[in-house]
Structure formats: structure tokens, C-alpha cells
Design a protein around this ligand. Structure first.
Ligand code: 2PG
Ligand code: MG
Length: 409
């Protein structure tokens, strides 16, 4: 037992320069943990509220006045009891009083304080049964941005390098190589245009969806040839963002459900996609099942906005066969305990988990420990920018610590 002595919160900036909540939890022993919460842009409608109506200032006021006092003296080692008090003190179904980001920051800071007291890395505090920190996630690396993360780019939100190797250093190297090759090719095709980068560090160019996918696919093939590492194309369509009045409205096509299912299934075939996130709208449980049937096990079909890391929504998806994978974002659902409930449900039902960042990130590395501690199939954390690199570099360190990994090159 180690009682919580203090919980303090304050505001810090995320990678988009917007304020978010950072929490520090100190135990009676003096051990402490600090964590900040990220924020999304293409948020699912079923996510908890990131902040109360009054934004970060109101979140800070409410935590200081009501939540922090309620947490004092609780046993930090009993994380589920701590997280339960966060929910009961908030008292709303979607954490709209204290804000999901406050809940995430406090929950993670509590787990980090326990890691500090035990003298172990965070992944060990979170470790699911049978996991010993030697199973490392594949890398879901965003190479080209569109949708809400890059104005002027393709409609599809993320063009991804999916790199899978038992050695995380090799997966990271392959995904980074694809990012570089995509940039080189864009520079070659558009020599007089200054290329930008989107919210997650992927390139931004005014090109169409299919042209972007072709370019990505060629870059993956080149990286495979050079490095002999399994790296293949993937997509996060974030389809809820361009689904209006029952149709999927791209700049160059307008599809009903059937058309969209056929379109994405054909992309999987033609480009050998291994990763397919949110191919349909966030309510399309049945449609997802059609996609999953069409794709089989050739690709991870991943529900993000569909499930919002909520175990009840995942249960609905499992009953219908909606997907073979679920995206895991702690602040979509609030606390680590809520997150682990969903992870454990996925594990018992044979659904792969993909631990994910948000488009507005903080330069923390706790996310990497969530991935390793929960045995995630993949870690989605972007490829460039200090806030993304913090997570990749932490994965390199964890790989080296177990002796299963090589060095950065
Ligand atoms: C997503 C995420 C992260 P956001 O859609 O998967 O890439 O974006 O954080 O904006 O929801
Ligand atoms: Mg997504």
C-alpha cells in the first residue's frame, strides 16, 4: 500500500500549440509520476469529452477543488480504485465535468508513481498476464497526411507504412525509410513546390488519394528491397470525416456503403494493404463486418472512431464480426483502467490491439509502455517530430534493455 499524498494539475502545450492538462501524483513515500494528455482532431462522437465546457481552465479548477482532494490517501497500487474515484467524483457518463484529458493525465501519473516506487519501468506496472516485455509492436508510421490533419491534401487522413519485425529497431528503421522515400519522390514530382508536413509529421501534398497510395506503395517496395524488412502500405481513412447524408464524399468520387466497401476491398487487393483503419463511418458496425469478410486476415481491419476504446462498443463489434483489430487511445475512454478493460476483452476474443497516439501529442513516452505492457500488435505514434520520436526512441530503449533489439542507424 502506498497512499497518494498529493495530486497537482497544470496546463502545458501539445504539439499543435494548444493547451492540455498535465498531472503530477506524489505518494507518501515521495515517489512521484508526471504525465500530460494528448488531444485529437478527428475525434469520434462517442469519445469522452476531452475538457469540460469551460476548457482547460475549468478542468484545472474542478480537479483542484473536487477531484484532487477525493484522491488523497487512496492506495496508488490499486489503480482501478483510483480510476473508479475519478469516475464517481466526475459523476457524468462522458467525464464532461473533470474532462477526459484530466482523467488520463492523473491515471497515467498515478501508474508512473507506482513504477517509481517499485523501481520498475511503467510497462511492468501495466503488464498483462504472460507478458514479459520481449514482445514488441509493429510500427504504424504515418508518411503522408490528409483529411483533418493536413488542409489541401488527399481526403484520406493517413497513408501509413506498416513495418513488422521482431526487432523494434528494424521496424522503426523501415518505417522511417519509407517516410524519407515518399518525401524524395514528392520533391522529384513537384520540384518547385515547398512541401509541408501535417499534424503528425507526414508529408502534405495536393495530390489525389490513389496517386498518394501508389507513391506510398512504391516507397514500401523500395524500402523492402533495400532493407529486407517487412514494410507494407496501410491507410487510416478516418471515413467519418467525409461521410455525409449516407454517402462517402471524396473530391473525385461519391460512394454509397456498397461502393465504399468495394472500393476499400479493391485497394487492399491492388496495393497489398496490411493495415486498414476506419474504412467506414463510426456507426457502421454491419458495414465493417462486410469489409472484414472481404479482407479476411490479409490486413488488420481496425476500428478507431467505431469503438473509441470503449469495451461496450467493442463487444458490439465482436458480436457482429466488425473487425479483427481495435485502436487503443487512453484519452478516448478516460482512464488506464477503462483502457485495460478493453485491451483484456480484445485479448480474450482474439482481437488485435493497436496502441495509438493522438494528432495533438505531448512529448511524453508513456504510450510506448502501454503498447509493450499490453502486448499490442502495433504502436501507432507517427514518425517525425519530437513528440512522436519520444515514443519511438523509448521503444528502441526497451528493445535494447531486453537484448532483442539492435541500434538506431
Ligand atoms: C486517428 C488519430 C491519430 P486524432 O484518427 O487515428 O492518428 O487522429 O487524434 O485526430 O483522432
Ligand atoms: Mg484513426
Amino acid at each position: 500500500m502506498s497512499g497518494i499524498r498529493s495530486v497537482t494539475v497544470d496546463s502545458v502545450y501539445d504539439s499543435r500549440g494548444r493547451a492540455t492538462v498535465e498531472a503530477e501524483v506524489t505518494l507518501e513515500s515521495g515517489a512521484h509520476g508526471r504525465a500530460a494528455a494528448p488531444s485529437g482532431a478527428s475525434t469520434g462522437v462517442h469519445e469522452v469529452a476531452a475538457f469540460p465546457a469551460g476548457g482547460v481552465p475549468e478542468a484545472l479548477r474542478t480537479v483542484r477543488a473536487v477531484l484532487a482532494p477525493a484522491l488523497l490517501g487512496l492506495d496508488a497500487f490499486d489503480l482501478s480504485a483510483v480510476d473508479q474515484v475519478i469516475h464517481t467524483t466526475d459523476g457524468t457518463p462522458n467525464l464532461s465535468r473533470v474532462g477526459g484529458n484530466s482523467a488520463t493525465a492523473i491515471s497515467v501519473a498515478t501508474a508512473l508513481s507506482v513504477a517509481g516506487e517499485r523501481g520498475v519501468p511503467l510497462w511492468k506496472v501495466l503488464a498483462r498476464p504472460g507478458l514479459d516485455g520481449t514482445k514488441f509492436p509493429a510500427i504504424v508510421g504515418n508518411c503522408l497526411n490528409g483529411g483533418r490533419h493536413a488542409i489541401g491534401g488527399p481526403d484520406i487522413q493517413e497513408f501509413i507504412a506498416y513495418a513488422e519485425d521482431p526487432d523494434p529497431a528494424r521496424s522503426i528503421r523501415a518505417a522511417l525509410r519509407v517516410h524519407t522515400l515518399v518525401g524524395d519522390e514528392l520533391h522529384r514530382r513537384y520540384p518547385t513546390v515547398a512541401l509541408g508536413r501535417g499534424d503528425e509529421g507526414g508529408w502534405v501534398a495536393a495530390i489525389g488519394n490513389v496517386e498518394a497510395l501508389e507513391l506510398l506503395s512504391n516507397a514500401c517496395a523500395k524500402a523492402r528491397d533495400e532493407l529486407h524488412i517487412a514494410v507494407h502500405p496501410g491507410l487510416d481513412l478516418a471515413a467519418s470525416e467525409f461521410f455525409h447524408d449516407g454517402r462517402y464524399r471524396y473530391k473525385d468520387r461519391n460512394l454509397d456503403l456498397e461502393g465504399q466497401v468495394a472500393f476499400v476491398a479493391q485497394l487492399v487487393d491492388q496495393y497489398d494493404l496490411r493495415y486498414l483503419e476506419d474504412p467506414l463511418d463510426q456507426e457502421a458496425f454491419e458495414g465493417f463486418a462486410e469489409v472484414t469478410r472481404a479482407v479476411g486476415n490479409r490486413a488488420l481491419v481496425v476500428g478507431d472512431d467505431l469503438y473509441v476504446t470503449d469495451s461496450h462498443r467493442l463487444e458490439r463489434g465482436i458480436e457482429r464480426g466488425s473487425s479483427n483489430a481495435v485502436l487503443i487511445k487512453v484519452n478516448q475512454v478516460g482512464t488506464l483502467t477503462d483502457t485495460l478493460r478493453t485491451v483484456d476483452l480484445a485479448a480474450t476474443r482474439g482481437i488485435a490491439t493497436v496502441t495509438s497516439h493522438r494528432s495533438g501529442e505531448v512529448p511524453d513516452s508513456w504510450l510506448t509502455h502501454v503498447a509493450v505492457g499490453t502486448g499490442a500488435r502495433a504502436l501507432k505514434c507517427g514518425l517525425l517530430g519530437g513528440e512522436r520520436m519520444a515514443k519511438l526512441n523509448e521503444l528502441l530503449r526497451l528493445g535494447r534493455a531486453t537484448g532483442s533489439s539492435n541500434h538506431a542507424r
